[in-house]
Design a protein. Structure first.
Length: 581
């Protein structure tokens, strides 16, 4: 194994004021709130994303000695009313719901809200309106603070049973149920308000680390996003073990060797990743989605924004089965199915690019010629109900796999990576719609069987994707697009049904790229170190390392990539994804 130079804390560097620890944070809030001493009433609004630690925030903010402190949760409808209201979107399904149309207005009790607003007019002194939907409760304020939270940290708090859903008392629910409520309801509600108020926030509060807040001004926050969107950047990767997890990332990404395995690395999922600003030498953490919301057109490109709105449509993640096991045998929904069943308007098409593989690696992909669909579904159901081993190789093609192979997986195609692979998964963004058909008879890390979705899966399997079709269209469908001295550009997919195009470059010298009015997402598939540069010097040279994923905003236009440092003069490689239009 090579020595790791993988950067786990990438950041955008920016000058600005940052306040760390509660005493300095509170002192700055005091200065801002009481800057106009002639006012009889000072209204401080603290908006909160789902997942913050309310007891900590309330304890410290109450030390400002307000005349009135209102926790917006006291203005919410009763828990049973909220549970009933959100049920059509949460549903009884173990994993899946339906994308909500609710907003904060639906969560508030109208009588309680009206009474509070009437009382507010007669109060004087410092008035603190705190909590979820605070900026909707009181759209007129003197100071607005946003206590933000990225979804990966929210998920850790789910697992530790530390937080509730919006308006709920459900700490003890399973992490999967929490995630479902967040994905289909809570985060949509929070993001809807955040998008409206984001440019108007006076201070942003980072409370990802308990009892260790950091705060920056709204101007510093917006300047950081503006700088990020005018240069290459990386989001903050996060790693997680899996029932099938491997050992490769421990070495390449310099992870804790004491952990049993790492199965996932999420290194470009802006919905869930964090973005770091290095503010005068101190890291400030925020959801990467803030950049998507604030700089949509510059980041995604106008044609991509017109098609996907404020969704970042491309997802890169790593799946490590080296010295591990097979992924679950699975299928993703078709576009119409995901729209009808879950309210999501595009599906999870994907591909497997093999960063590495041992000598016996395989990929299961597509159906064998002439199989009987009814027989296969019956066998899957029998395996699910009795525990009998499902004979996957009777029905599914098993392809030998090697380093730098690329397997295309449009929705409806049955698939999974076998053991002994390091997969770079390139896909569209809808991220939880994996219908597991068979999980090799094993348990999840919690000691329980992982959910199987044969009903959903049987509804979307494309039974015509059989051996000859897969061999011709989905396995290493590579064509040379252009070449010159010291470089080759290849098209490796994706499938014609998918909106993502992928281009692989091999090179030992500078290669010219253009974003083509679409955000570009790249991964370093060969070479220790590369440097990304602007021919017009519009951004500082940006260094990336092996296995790192990086993002080139659409507005950058021209950029170049070349070997750097110890990789100079050596054959290197990148794979790039962008949106076809």
């Amino acid at each position: 194994m090579r020595k790791s130079n993988y950067d786990k804390k990438p950041a955008t560097y920016i000058d600005g004021d940052i306040w760390s620890e509660w005493p300095s944070v509170l002192e700055q809030i005091k200065k801002a709130v009481f800057s106009n001493n002639e006012k009889e009433k000072n209204i401080l609004v603290i908006e909160c994303y789902q997942g913050v630690y309310h007891p900590e925030l309330i304890r410290y903010l109450s030390s400002l000695n307000p005349a009135v402190f209102i926790d917006t949760r006291t203005l919410f409808k009763k828990t049973d009313e909220i549970a009933s209201m959100t049920y059509p979107f949460v549903t009884d399904d173990q994993l899946y719901g339906y994308r909500t149309s609710l907003t904060y207005d639906d969560f508030f009790d109208k009588d309680k809200l009206e009474s509070f607003r009437n009382d507010l007019t007669g109060n004087s002194g410092l008035i603190i309106i705190y909590g979820h939907g605070a900026a909707a409760v009181c759209p007129s304020y003197d100071i607005l603070i946003y206590a933000d939270m990225a979804r990966w940290e929210i998920q850790q708090r789910f697992r530790r049973k530390e937080i509730n859903g919006l308006g709920m008392e459900n700490k003890d629910e399973t992490p999967s149920k929490h995630y479902k409520r967040g994905y289909f309801v809570d985060w949509i509600v929070c993001d809807s308000l955040k998008k409206k108020i984001l440019p108007h926030v006076d201070f942003w509060l980072d409370t990802h680390q308990k009892e260790q807040p950091r705060m920056i001004t709204g101007d510093t926050f917006l300047s950081g996003l503006d700088r990020t969107v005018h240069q290459p950047f990386r989001v903050v990767p996060f790693f997680d073990p899996a029932p099938w997890g491997g050992q490769w990332m421990k070495e390449v990404c310099d992870l804790d060797k004491k952990e049993s395995n790492y199965g996932w690395c999420f290194d470009c999922v802006p919905e869930e990743n964090s973005l770091y600003l290095n503010v005068s030498g101190n890291l400030f953490e925020m959801p990467a989605n803030n950049l998507v919301f604030y700089k949509t057109k510059e980041l995604l490109g106008e044609p991509v924004e017109a098609r996907f709105g404020q969704d970042f449509p491309i997802r890169f993640d790593l799946l490590d089965t080296m010295e591990g096991g097979n992924l679950s045998l699975q299928v993703h929904p078709t576009t119409q199915y995901i729209r009808d069943q879950f309210g999501i308007y595009y599906t999870q098409d994907e591909s497997y690019y093999l960063l590495d593989a041992d000598g016996e690696a395989t990929v299961y992909l597509g159906l064998k010629t002439g199989i009987d669909p009814d027989e296969m579904i019956a066998d899957l159901k029998e395996s699910q109900s009795t525990g009998k081993t499902f004979n996957a190789e009777k029905y599914v093609n098993k392809w030998p796999a090697k380093k730098h192979d690329h397997y295309l997986i449009p929705g409806g195609t049955i698939h999974c990576s076998g053991s002994g692979s390091m997969v770079l998964e390139i896909s569209s963004t809808p991220s939880i719609f994996t219908f597991k058909l068979w999980d090799w008879g094993r348990l999840g890390l919690d000691g329980l069987p992982r959910p199987i979705n044969i009903g959903h899966g049987a509804s979307v399997i494309n039974w015509e994707r059989q051996t000859d079709y897969v061999r011709k269209n989905l396995v290493n469908n590579v064509t040379i697009v252009a070449q010159g001295e010291g470089w080759i550009e290849e098209c490796t997919g994706l499938h014609e049904n998918e909106f993502i195009e992928t281009r692989r470059h091999w090179f030992d010298r500078k290669v010219h790229h253009h974003t083509g009015k679409s955000v570009n997402v790249l991964n370093v598939i060969e070479g220790e170190e590369l440097i990304v540069e602007s021919p017009e010097n519009t951004f500082e040279p940006f260094i990336v390392h092996y296995a790192e994923t990086f993002i080139i905003p659409a507005g950058i236009g021209h950029y170049t990539i070349r070997p750097h440092g110890i990789s100079e003069g050596i054959k290197c490689g990148t794979i790039k994804a962008y949106v076809r239009y």
